[in-house]
Write a protein that binds this ligand. Structure first.
Ligand SMILES: Nc1nc2c(ncn2[C@@H]2O[C@H](COP(=O)(O)OP(=O)(O)OP(=O)(O)O)[C@@H](O)[C@H]2O)c(=O)[nH]1
Ligand SMILES: [Mg+2]
Length: 480
């Protein structure tokens, strides 16, 4: 997502960077480049024009100020960043709770937009915050829609209210109403209503959705939009706005490789914020939509905040503590530590998705390296390490040819793969030693030496400064 936009912005700014003091003609030039980058990324023409105009206006107004700074191109970059955050909605918007529970959330959208999957993601998100959501199956259009929602509910451990099979209940409005009543009686504090989608926006769809809306009086109507559909997403949103009305948008399939313009256009065209983003098929591939983090990603600044949050959630606190103690004691980093970290990475989701959150990773050469990364690698590596004896995991130096071929056999991998892992691990171990001797990891980041890009990332960050803002254990060692 946004890859083409990110690389176009990067090239536009790299040519600006070499110019030092900027003239109005430089501004004209970069604004034209930004405008065409937006249009090529499927941003609606009108939105691209408005965006370009405001960048131009602000940049020209602030040009004198910008030119006083050491790095004028950075000043323009900051203006673009600010404006991007603004058109993406400014601040993350939270769910509006009902005064008297349950809070009713109705999902609407076209067929295949991701409503039913989203129902599960949202339910899990709410449940993890201590709520007691229930899902209502108000899609009686597709034969297996109810079963699908029941499976989704079961996978996240959230109950589903559905019509009795074969009971002749064919009215989604009645089901929605009965479901809400059931939720009130059973004291569920959130109700999520899944509705039917249609291939295109049609009268019947809108009319049925409007009747469900009137029956359950939702606190939030969320329009679920597939981000992969480009410009059409804006037209769909406009049709739903007039036919049904909605409070906020959920963008799904942000993990895809569409050009992403929809995200930038919807808010401006419908004046409705994007509340959530779905980035995959797993129930956990879901988060609030943070305009500032999205702008950072688009501008190639990465999303270290989300990465750190996910890392924190995925890292086993015991493992982290053990690791920090080891690190502080000056003990060597072993294959077991390596494995623990690989497992944490696995929990965080795909490797490439994760690396994509690091600054500079979504453009140019880094992008190539990312794409060549295979998540299957993690599974193979795990198998190899698990085929080793405890002594071998403690000290890879004892791994002679016989041992390596035994491990290869045991894990079903080739000897070359075992060799490759040992090499990578040895490099990681060396890096950990260097970090301990004065280097450091970016604040808030887990130590993940298995990641090939880490040394580069560290090089960009002044090691001293970063490690000092890191954890006290490491600081003690450095100052030690
Ligand atoms: N890659 C990816 N796939 C997704 C995402 N969200 C949903 N999907 C997939 O998209 C397909 C359609 O999702 P559903 O949740 O069934 O869509 P729906 O809106 O309920 O569709 P209807 O009930 O037919 O209207 C499924 O195969 C999902 O797994 C996402 O964020 N990323
Ligand atoms: Mg569905």
């Amino acid at each position: 997502m946004f890859d083409s936009l990110t690389s176009k912005f990067a090239s536009a700014f790299s040519s600006l960077r070499s110019r030092g003091r900027l003239k109005p003609s430089d501004i004209e030039e970069i604004v034209a480049e930004i405008r065409s980058a937006l249009i090529e990324s499927d941003v609606a023409l009108q939105v691209a024009d408005t965006f370009a105009d405001s960048i131009k206006e602000i940049s020209l107004a602030e040009l004198e100020q910008v030119n006083k700074s050491v790095n004028p191109s950075q000043g323009i970059f900051d203006i673009v960043n600010k404006e991007l955050v603004r058109i993406l909605g400014g601040q993350a918007r939270r769910i509006r709770m009902a005064k008297n529970p349950p809070t009713v959330i109705m999902l609407a959208g076209l067929q295949g937009a991701g409503k039913t999957s989203l129902a599960g993601k949202l339910a899990l998100y709410l449940k993890n915050q201590g709520n007691t959501p229930i899902l209502i199956a108000s899609d009686l259009q597709r034969p297996n829609a109810v079963t699908q929602l029941q499976q989704v509910g079961a996978s996240v451990g959230v109950p589903v209210f559905a019509p009795e099979p074969g009971n002749g209940v064919g009215d989604p409005v009645a089901v929605a109403k009965a479901g809400k009543k059931f939720a009130e009686e059973k004291l569920h504090n959130f109700v999520i209503v899944d509705t039917a989608g249609r291939l295109g926006v049609d009268y019947e769809l809108m009319e049925q959705a409007a009747r469900i809306r009137d029956a359950v009086k939702p606190d939030e109507i969320l329009l679920v939009v597939d981000a992969m559909v480009g410009q059409d997403a804006v037209r769909t949103a406009e049709a739903f706005l007039s036919g049904l009305g909605f409070d906020a948008v959920v963008l799904t399939k942000l993990d895809g490789d569409a050009r992403g313009g929809a995200a930038l256009s919807i808010l401006t065209r419908t004046n409705r914020p994007i509340m959530f983003a779905a980035t995959g098929e797993n129930p956990t591939d879901f988060d609030l939509f943070y305009p500032d983090r999205m702008a950072s990603r688009i501008l190639g600044l990465g999303d270290v905040q989300t990465l750190a949050e996910q890392a924190k959630a995925a890292m086993d606190p015991d493992l982290t503590k053990r690791f920090e103690e080891k690190f502080a004691r000056g003990d060597d980093f072993t294959l077991l530590d390596f494995l623990g970290q690989l497992q944490a990475i696995k929990k965080m989701g795909s490797m490439s998705k994760m690396l994509g959150m690091l600054p500079g990773m979504n453009s140019g050469a880094m992008k190539k390296q990312l794409e060549s990364l295979d998540d299957g690698e993690l599974i193979k590596t795990e198998a190899i390490i698990q085929s080793m004896t405890p002594a071998e995991r403690e000290d890879v130096k004892i791994l002679n040819g016989t041992r390596r071929s035994r491990i290869a056999k045991g894990s079903g991998r080739a000897v070359s793969e075992v060799n490759n892992l040992v090499d990578r691990f040895t490099a990681a171990q060396k890096m950990m030693r260097q970090m301990r001797n004065g280097g450091g990891m970016p604040a808030g980041m887990p130590p993940v030496p298995g990641m090939p890009a880490m040394p580069k990332f560290n090089k960009q960050q002044p090691a001293k400064k970063k490690s000092r803002s890191g954890n006290p254990a490491k600081r003690a060692v450095e100052e030690g």
